[in-house]
Design a protein around this ligand. Structure first.
Ligand code: PLP
Length: 486
C-alpha cells in the first residue's frame, strides 16, 4: 500500500528494505481518541504539557514502528536508546508471557529462579570480580543504589560526576547529572563535585590531539580530587561512553587513567552503563572495550530492551562484603521482579544465539562509521562524526571552521528551529531520529540489518540538506550569524 512516507521522490532512495513490515490502513478515529485521552490525562516527562502533541503509535516490529496514519518509521533512536534487540522480538515476548503464566510476581525477600538466573548470567559476563547484582526498576535507581553502596563501603560522602552527563531523574541521580535537565530540580542534595571529561572536538583543555585531551583531562581530575580532599570522596561516576550528551568515546588511556587515580585515592569507580551497556558498544559492557574493571556498574535499558522495566547494579566482591554482616540500607518492592528478570534471561540468550555483539561491532566498523564519514564529506553542516558499535553522534554546525553549533547549547523555540527543521525532514522521510541539542545520534537497535542501516543513512543524507541551508556555506541570505537583525 502507499503511505505518506512513500512519496514520489522515493526513487532517489535505495529500495525499501524487505524487512520493512507492512503498515495497517490508516485509522483516524483511533488516532483521534488516543490523542484526546492522552492530552486530557497523561502528564509527560520533561515537557510543557500544553506544547506537545505525542504521536500515537499503533505497532512495531524489528527496527520499525508505525502510527495510525499509515506512516512507518525506521527507528534510528531505539526509542530512548533502549530497544537493543529490536521491537517485539518473538522470543522475548513469549518469555514474558511464559513467566507471567507461571509466577507473575513475588516479593524480593524470596529466592526466585528467573531472578537468580538473570543475576548469574550478568555476573558471568561482567568484568573482574563483579559477581553480585542488585536489581532495580531502571537506571536512575541503579545509580542511587550504587552511590549508597559506595558511601557505606568507604565511609566517605562526596561523589565526583562529570559535566555533560545524565544519570537519571530521581533526587540523587539528578544531583549527579551534569547538564540542563538538573537545573529545574535545584537545589539538589549536596556532596557532588563536578569535573570535565574529555571531548576532543570541543576540548575544555585546549588540547590538539586525543592523547593531549586524555592526559590533560586526567591532570584536571587529579587536581580536583586533591583539592577536594581524596579522603572525603566515596566514588567517581562516569558514563563509560557519554550517551545523550554527545556519544563521547573516551580517548586512549583516559579510562585506564581514571581507574588508576581512583585506586591511588581509594575512590570507588562507578561506570554508568545504562545506555552504553548490553550490546550498544559491541560488548556486554562498554568498559570491556578498554579492559577497565570498575567497582560498580549500573545498567538498565539494553539488559532486556525495556520490554519490562529493569535496571541494576553489578557489585564487586569487596563492596558486597561490606554488607555481609551489616544490612544493606535499601530495597524496592519490585527488586528482581520475575517478569523483568525472565525477560533479561531470554534477551541475553538471544544476544548469544543471534551473535549480536559481533554484528554490532561489524556494523559500527564496516557500515555506520564509513557511511557517516561519507555524509560528513557531502554536508557542510556535519562538523564531527564519532562513535562505535551502534552508538554514533553526528554533530551539526553552522560553520566547520569555527565549529559554531547549528543551534546554541540548550536552545529552545526559535533558536532551535534549524534542528527542528532537520528532525521534521527525517520524520517526513520515514526515519525516526534521536536528536539532542545540535546533534543527531545514530542509535538503532543492535539487531538492525546492514540494508536497513544503509537505507536509514540515505534518509539522513536527504534530511541533512535541510541542515546545510543554515550553514555559512549556504552563502548570502542564509539564516546565519552574519545576517543582521537576527
Ligand atoms: C547514562 C544514563 N544513566 C541513567 C539513566 C536513567 O535511566 P532511567 O531513565 O531508566 O531512570 C539514563 C537514561 O537515559 C542514561 O542514559
Amino acid at each position: 500500500m502507499t503511505t505518506r512516507n512513500q512519496r514520489p521522490d522515493r526513487a532517489e532512495l535505495p529500495p525499501l528494505p524487505a524487512t520493512a513490515p507492512p503498515v495497517p490502513a490508516p485509522d483516524p478515529e483511533t488516532d483521534a481518541r488516543i490523542r484526546a485521552a492522552d492530552r486530557a490525562h497523561v502528564f509527560h516527562s520533561w515537557s510543557a504539557q500544553g506544547h506537545i502533541a505525542p504521536l500515537p503509535i499503533a505497532g512495531a516490529a524489528g527496527s520499525w514502528f508505525w502510527d495510525y496514519s499509515g506512516d512507518r518509521y525506521l527507528d534510528f533512536s531505539s526509542q530512548l536508546v533502549n530497544v537493543n534487540i529490536g521491537h517485539q522480538h518473538p522470543k522475548l515476548v513469549a518469555g514474558i508471557a511464559e513467566q507471567a503464566a507461571r509466577l507473575a510476581t513475588v516479593s524480593p525477600a524470596f529466592a526466585n529462579d528467573a531472578r537468580a538466573e538473570a543475576a548469574r548470567l550478568i555476573a558471568e559476563v561482567a568484568p573482574g570480580d563483579l559477581n553480585r547484582v542488585f536489581f532495580t526498576n531502571g537506571g536512575a535507581e541503579a545509580n542511587e543504589h550504587a552511590v549508597r553502596m559506595a558511601r557505606a563501603h568507604t565511609g566517605r560522602h562526596k561523589v565526583m560526576a562529570a559535566y555533560r552527563s545524565y544519570h537519571g531523574a530521581t533526587a540523587g541521580a539528578i544531583a549527579l547529572t551534569g547538564e540542563p535537565r538538573r537545573w529545574g530540580s535545584e537545589p539538589v542534595a549536596p556532596g557532588v563535585v563536578r569535573y570535565w571529561g574529555p571531548y576532543p572536538y570541543r576540548s575544555a583543555f585546549h588540547a590538539g590531539t586525543e592523547e593531549e585531551e586524555s592526559a590533560r583531562a586526567l591532570e584536571h581530575l587529579r587536581r580536583t580530587m586533591v583539592m577536594e580532599g581524596p579522603h572525603t570522596i566515596a566514588a567517581l561516576v562516569l558514563e563509560t561512553v557519554v550517551g545523550t550528551n554527545g556519544i563521547l568515546v573516551p580517548p586512549p588511556g583516559y579510562l585506564e587513567g581514571v581507574r588508576a587515580l581512583c585506586d591511588e585515592f581509594g575512590v570507588l569507580l562507578i561506570a554508568d552503563e545504562v545506555m552504553a551497556g548490553f550490546g550498544r558498544c559491541g560488548e556486554w559492557f562498554a568498559v570491556d572495550h578498554w579492559g577497565v574493571v570498575p567497582d560498580l556498574i549500573t545498567f538498565a535499558k539494553g539488559i532486556n530492551s525495556g520490554y519490562v522495566p529493569l535496571g541494576g547494579v553489578v557489585i564487586s566482591d569487596a563492596v558486597a562484603d561490606t554488607f555481609r554482616d551489616r544490612p544493606y540500607p535499601g530495597g524496592l518492592t519490585y527488586s528482581g521482579h520475575p517478569l523483568a528478570c525472565a525477560s533479561a534471561v531470554v534477551s541475553m540468550g538471544v544476544f548469544r544465539e543471534e551473535n549480536i555483539l559481533e554484528h554490532v561491532r561489524t556494523l559500527g566498523e564496516k557500515v555506520i562509521g564509513p557511511e557517516l564519514r561519507a555524509l560528513a564529506e557531502r554536508h557542510p553542516s556535519v562538523g564531527d562524526v564519532r562513535g562505535l558499535g551502534v552508538f554514533w553522534a553526528v554533530e551539526l554546525v553552522r560553520d566547520r571552521e569555527t565549529r559554531e553549533p547549528l543551534v546554541p547549547f540548550n536552545a529552545s523555540g526559535a533558536d532551535a528551529a534549524p534542528m527542528a527543521e532537520f528532525t521534521a525532514a527525517c520524520k517526513a522521510g520515514g526515519l525516526w531520529p534521536f536528536a539532542h541539542f545540535n546533534r543527531t545520534h545514530v542509535v538503532p537497535p543492535c539487531t538492525i540489518t546492514e540494508e536497513e542501516v544503509r537505507y536509514g543513512i540515505a534518509l539522513l543524507d536527504r534530511a541533512l540538506d535541510v541542515a546545510d541551508r543554515h550553514t555559512t556555506a549556504a552563502g548570502p541570505g542564509r539564516p546565519g550569524p552574519a545576517a543582521p537583525g537576527r
